[in-house]
Design a protein around this ligand. Sequence first.
Ligand SMILES: [Fe+2]
Length: 139
Amino acid sequence: MHMKWTQDCRLEIPEIDSQHRLLFAIANELVDIENPLEQQQEFKYMIDHLRNYVEDHFKTEDKFMEDAKYPEREEHLNMHNDIIAEINSTLKSCEDLRTLKESLQSLMSKWIKDHICEEDKRFSKWYHQNRQPEVNDPV
Ligand SMILES: [Fe+2]
């Protein structure tokens, strides 16, 4: 089943929101591969793409947290590291591509629900209340 982007996952930080949307799209591409055995090359390419994109995305989030001096940055970084570790161990442990597809799907949907909609959202609330506005920000 496709994951649907909903307004309550929005952080109101355009760069991060657009990356989150793209993560949904990449995860949905995985869902669209009906038979990973027949589309092995494409499937593997998509997994690489997903993993690289997740890593880049975490760097973006971290940059925002560092610049804003987010007090819970360390804890948040640990959660990101846990997610990367979970992706890597899923990739290592699943021999069969169909199981791998299912495991990645459930990992992504759980992550999106729990991490983006709770932890990232918590950062965004803090960010909008505490960060120093920039000179060019609209009033
Ligand atoms: Fe995050």
